[in-house]
Design a protein around this ligand. Structure first.
Ligand SMILES: Nc1ncnc2c1ncn2[C@@H]1O[C@H](COP(=O)(O)OP(=O)(O)O)[C@@H](O)[C@H]1O
Ligand SMILES: [Mg+2]
Length: 265
C-alpha cells in the first residue's frame, strides 16, 4: 500500500540558501506522525513545501495518489491537506462563528451548512461553542489555536498538519505576557491564574489530538517540541537536523538518547 503523503529527496531554497537538503518522509492514512528537531532545522520549511507555500527546488511530493509539488496551495488544500500554521492564524476582528465560516468559504463550501462538522468541532472544543459570537482577537492564545484547528477540521482534510500547536501557550510565555501586562497596569488575571489556564489549554489541545487519533479518520503530521506529547500521541517520528531527516522510526524508538542527541538544546 502506498503512503498518503510521501516526500522523496525534497530540496527547498529560501532566498538563495539551501534550507531542505533532501527530505524523505511518509505519512500513512490514519497515522499520527511527529516531525521533531531543534529550532531552525527546517520543520516549518518542510510543512510549507508540502502545502505549497514554498516552491521546492527538486524532489517529489505525492499525496493521495497524485503528484502535488507543482500545484498551487489552494489545489493542495482541496486535495485534502489541512494546515494550521505556526502562530495564531485567525481573523481577530471576526467572531468565532465568522472565523469558522471563512474556512468553509475558502474551500468553496460556504453555502453548505455543515451542521455535523460544526457539532464535531464543538465536541472537541466546547469553548468555541460557548464563545461563538465573541471576536477572535479577545480569545486567549490557546483558544485561538483551538479555533484555527477547528477551522481546518471543517474542511474535512485527509491530512491535518499542525505546526507547534501548543507553542505560545506555554506558561513561561503566558508569564512573560503577564509581566508585560502588569507593566502596562491592565492585567486582570494573576500570573498564577494565567499559568493554570495555559496548562489547561495545552492539555485541551493534546486531548483533541488524542480524540481525533482514536477515530483514525484522518492522518496528522505534527510539529511539536514537547517530547512527552509526541510520545503520547504519535505512532512514528522523524527528527530533523540541518535540513534533513537524521533519525526516524516507531515512537517507541524515540529513546532518551535520541532526544539528547538530536532534540535537546
Ligand atoms: N523567510 C526566511 N528568510 C531567510 N531564512 C529563512 C526564512 N525562513 C526560514 N529561514 C531559515 O531556514 C531555516 C529553517 O527554518 P524553519 O523551517 O522555520 O525551522 P524550524 O521550523 O525547524 O524552526 C532557519 O535557519 C531559518 O533561519
Ligand atoms: Mg517552525
Amino acid at each position: 500500500m502506498s503512503a498518503l503523503l510521501q516526500l522523496a529527496s525534497v530540496e527547498t531554497d529560501i532566498g538563495g540558501s539551501r534550507i531542505l537538503r533532501g527530505v524523505n518522509l511518509e505519512v500513512n492514512s490514519g497515522e499520527v506522525v511527529a516531525l521533531m528537531g531543534r529550532n531552525g532545522v527546517g520543520k516549518t520549511t518542510t510543512l510549507k513545501s508540502i502545502t505549497g507555500l514554498l516552491p521546492i527546488r527538486t524532489g517529489t511530493i505525492m499525496f493521495d495518489g497524485q503528484r502535488i509539488d507543482q500545484l498551487p496551495p489552494d489545489a493542495r488544500a482541496r486535495a485534502g491537506i489541512g494546515y494550521v500554521p505556526q502562530g495564531r492564524d485567525i481573523f481577530p476582528h471576526l467572531t468565532i462563528g465568522e472565523n469558522l465560516r471563512v474556512g468553509l468559504v475558502v474551500h468553496g463550501r460556504g453555502r453548505v451548512s455543515d451542521q455535523e462538522g460544526l457539532e464535531k468541532v464543538f465536541s472537541l472544543f466546547p469553548v468555541l461553542k460557548e464563545m461563538l459570537s465573541r471576536k477572535g482577537g479577545v480569545l486567549s492564545g490557546g483558544q485561538q489555536q483551538q479555533l484555527a484547528i477547528a477551522r481546518a477540521l471543517l474542511t474535512k482534510p485527509k491530512l491535518l498538519i499542525l505546526d507547534e500547536p501548543t507553542e505560545g501557550i506555554q506558561p513561561s510565555i503566558i508569564e512573560q505576557i503577564g509581566d508585560t501586562l502588569k507593566k502596562l497596569k491592565i492585567s486582570n488575571t494573576s500570573e498564577e491564574e494565567a499559568t493554570a489556564q495555559a496548562r489547561r489549554e495545552s492539555a485541551e489541545i493534546q486531548h483533541a489530538v488524542q480524540e481525533l487519533k482514536k477515530e483514525r479518520a484522518l492522518a496528522i503530521l505534527l510539529v511539536e517540541q514537547y517530547v512527552d506529547f509526541c510520545r503520547d500521541v504519535a505512532d512514528r517520528y522523524y527528527a530533523m537536523d540541518r535540513g534533513a531527516v537524521v533519525v526516524s522510526g516507531p515512537i517507541a524508538t524515540l529513546t532518551d538518547e535520541v532526544v539528547k542527541k538530536h532534540l535537546q538544546v
